[in-house]
Write a protein that binds this ligand. Sequence first.
Ligand code: SF4
Length: 369
Amino acid sequence: MLAELIHPIAAMDHREWEFRPRPSNGGPDTCLRKLTYQAFEAPQKNQHGRFLVVLDDSSWHEELVVQWLERTVFHLHSRQLRIACGTTIWKGHRQTINGQIDGIITDLFGTDRLLEIKAIEHFTFQRYEDGTYPTNYFTQVVFYIVGVLTLNPELREALLLIKNKNQSAFLEYRLRYHPEEDRLTVVEITHSNGTHTFPNQEFIGLYRQALARFAVLETHREAGSLPIRPYIDANNFHCDYCPFRKLCWEGFTRIPLAGQQPMRAELIPLAQEFVDIDDRLGPLEKRWKEIKQQFQLELRATGRQSLYGGGYAVDSTVSSQNRLDESLLPTALVARSKRPRPIEKISIRKIHTTKHVESATDTPTALAS
Ligand code: SF4
């Protein structure tokens, strides 16, 4: 009676914001091609009501977090303060990049820190727990610190507080920013389960790179061109949730690659790093397999599921997977069901001679492509 009503109402009430460069879309994990479609106001798939309700839920989660924080000894103020976080060229004019912060939180010693609250679903939260850094959120925080510095030149730290909407677990990143070098340091990560880590991980140039992306975006907007797709195919979660997926990949055919050209200079250290890792990986993997096999034999010989000792444990777990047994199907059906699937293999190796062949560099595709 009621369950079917909420999503359509959310979809009906939805209004698209006018697109412009913002602190929240400057991060390196956002597809530049998607931003370009937004800049063109290209037709997008109607946002599904359920997705809009999920977004709305996140805002309410963030509000609830604020209510909990207000009951602590920390003083939360400057809520939803509007700030100017820099400038960029947009639609041919210099434009301020505006931001709105969740607040500033002051501890008992009077130290102010910017506070940014996020509420996200379980699987993304898990990736962050496992060590992936939320670089888009870091970029947003950097923009906000740049903005707040104009009002409070002492503020250098931020707390990025992320809530797992499914389990109410929290991850807190204490971040320090050095605007002179555009350097963000992850000083401390605190989990609500009581663990603290001090990674001292640095991110250099998040602000500069975001401004550079906005400049590239403006170039595409003006030229009516699209940046190349940053993914091999549409089978990734960025494209799965993208409202331009159909438009972007429709009629896409992979152009057969041919010819050679000199590598861009900034890619050479990457190729070198790959070859170095590859040289070490081969013998290591061989040894890794040998050791694993030895333990497998030991477990079978002893008939035990686990071995332990010296602070180590070896466990055997058995799981099952459902696989199609082709031998049970009619041969004609198996033959009809098979489709060729291109498999792309990249090899990187050290060479001793360089062949120079003239070739065009990577050019942006036209809007229609
Ligand atoms: S479908 Fe994928 S590649 Fe295309 S714009 Fe969206 S996120 Fe980018």
